[in-house]
Design a protein around this ligand. Structure first.
Ligand code: NAD
Length: 227
C-alpha cells in the first residue's frame, strides 16, 4: 500500500468547538503563551498552568470529532495512513484513526516533572498540585511547552521522508519544528493543503482554501480515486 502522511493542526478541531491558536477568536487571545504554555510559567505559577490544561481537558470531554477527522479514517481502506498532529486533543483517535503521532503531547496523559519518560494515562481527570507520579514527583501535563524539545520530531521526519502523498490540514505552519516537516517530503510526492486561510508554501502544493469539514473530503476523494 502507498503511504499517506497527514499533518494536522488546531484548525482540524475548530469545527468540533476547540479554539485554534492564532485565529482572532482563538483561545489564546485570552491568554499569553508566556503565562500558560512554557516551563518557566509552570515554575512561576503551577496552579495557573495546571488549571489552564484542566480546562482544556474538561472541554475535550464535551466535544466530538467532526467530518474532517472522520473523513481521514476512510483513507485507511486504501492507503497506509499516518497522522502527525500538533494537537493535544484526541479527536483523531476518537474518530477511529489507527496511527496518530502527537508532536506536542496529549491532554489525557500526565508525566513526572522529574522524569519525562514516566508517563501515565489520566483520562478526563484534573491534575492538581500534590498529585504525584509513581516516582513521587509532581505530575505535570504531558504537553510540549514552547521552548521545550519535541522528541517525536525525528520519527515524524522519518515518516515524511517515506510518504507517497502529504496532506496538511488546519495549521498556520508557524510553529516549528512541525512546520519544517514538509521539507522532508520527497519532491515527487504530491502535497495538499486544506485551510480557509491557506498561504502558498514554498513548494508545489494543491490548495483547498476551505474548512476541514468540507475540504478534507475533497482531498480524500481525490486520493481514493488514485489508489
Ligand atoms: P494555529 O492556530 O497557529 O493555526 C490554525 C490554522 O487552522 C489557521 O491556519 C487557520 O486558518 C486554520 N483553520 C481555522 N479554522 C479551520 C477549519 N475549520 N478548518 C481548517 N483549518 C482551519 O494552530 P497550529 O498551526 O496547530 O499551531 C498552534 C499550536 O497550538 C500547536 O502547537 C497546537 O499544539 C496547539 N493547539 C492545539 C489545539 C488542539 O489540540 N485542538 C488547539 C489550539 C492550539
Amino acid at each position: 500500500m502507498k503511504k499517506v502522511v497527514i499533518l494536522t493542526g488546531a484548525g482540524i478541531s475548530a469545527e468540533s468547538g476547540i479554539s485554534t491558536f492564532r485565529d482572532s477568536d482563538g483561545l489564546w487571545e485570552q491568554y499569553r503563551v508566556e503565562d500558560v504554555a512554557t516551563y518557566d510559567a509552570y515554575l512561576r505559577n503551577p496552579a495557573l498552568v495546571l488549571d489552564f490544561y484542566n480546562q482544556r481537558r474538561r472541554q475535550l470531554f464535551q466535544v466530538k470529532p467532526n467530518e474532517g477527522h472522520k473523513q481521514l479514517v476512510r483513507l485507511e481502506q486504501y492507503y497506509d495512513v499516518q497522522i502527525i498532529t500538533q494537537n493535544i486533543d484526541n479527536l483523531h483517535e476518537q474518530a477511529g484513526s489507527s496511527n496518530v503521532l502527537h508532536l506536542h503531547g496529549e491532554l489525557t496523559k500526565a508525566r513526572s516533572d522529574r522524569d519525562d519518560n514516566l508517563i501515565v494515562d489520566i483520562g478526563d481527570r484534573d491534575i492538581n498540585i500534590g498529585d504525584k507520579a509513581p516516582d513521587g514527583a509532581q505530575l505535570r501535563p504531558h504537553i510540549v511547552w514552547f521552548g521545550e524539545a519535541v522528541p517525536n520530531i525525528e520519527p515524524a521526519a522519518a515518516m515524511c521522508e517515506k510518504c507517497d502523498y502529504f496532506v496538511v490540514v488546519g495549521t498556520s505552519m508557524n510553529v516549528y519544528p512541525a512546520a519544517g516537516l514538509i521539507h522532508y517530503v520527497p519532491h515527487s510526492s504530491p502535497c495538499y493543503l486544506v485551510d480557509p486561510k491557506a498561504v502558498p508554501i514554498s513548494r508545489n502544493i494543491k490548495i483547498f482554501q476551505e474548512k476541514a469539514g468540507t475540504g478534507v473530503k475533497k482531498v480524500v476523494d481525490e486520493l481514493i480515486a488514485m489508489a
